[in-house]
Ligand binder design. Structure first.
Ligand SMILES: Cc1cc2nc3c(=O)[nH]c(=O)nc-3n(C[C@H](O)[C@H](O)[C@H](O)COP(=O)(O)OP(=O)(O)OC[C@H]3O[C@@H](n4cnc5c(N)ncnc54)[C@H](O)[C@@H]3O)c2cc1C
Length: 91
């Protein structure tokens, strides 16, 4: 099988940052320790008007499912805000 391999790519935290743009190769965002987990992470709402966050760096944390939940929470916040301003969406 090795004779069929044309390209081999190895990723480490050192080059992960270059390939995927993860800061310093941190694929799960902040470290997976209690002091940097869950509600210790950045929230979805920021003090800057109309700037919202969603990613593995924010609440609830890193990983695919948590990042999706973060995006869903942020989308809900934005939709609620827009509805309260009288902006409605076609269903
Ligand atoms: C090799 C590897 C294996 C993993 N395995 C698992 C696993 O088994 N299970 C699991 O739950 N999680 C896993 N993860 C972690 C998971 O992929 C991440 O936690 C999750 O994808 C983070 O989602 P995100 O939306 O925050 O960031 P990303 O999915 O990284 O998305 C960020 C996007 O923003 C783009 N971007 C970055 N900077 C800019 C810029 N300046 N301008 C425009 N676009 C930009 C990037 O190209 C990327 O498309 C893995 C990660 C890696 C790298």
């Amino acid at each position: 099988m090795s004779s069929s391999v044309e390209v081999k790519e190895i990723a480490t935290p050192l080059n992960d940052g270059e390939i995927y743009w993860h800061y310093k190769g941190a694929i799960y965002g902040w470290s997976q320790v209690l002091s940097q987990s869950s509600y210790k992470r950045l929230g979805n709402v920021t003090p800057i008007r109309n700037l919202f966050l969603a990613s593995g760096w924010t609440i609830p944390g890193g990983g695919i499912c948590s990042s999706m939940l973060s995006g869903m929470s942020t989308a809900k916040i934005i939709l609620r805000k827009n509805l309260s301003l009288g902006r409605h969406y076609a269903t």
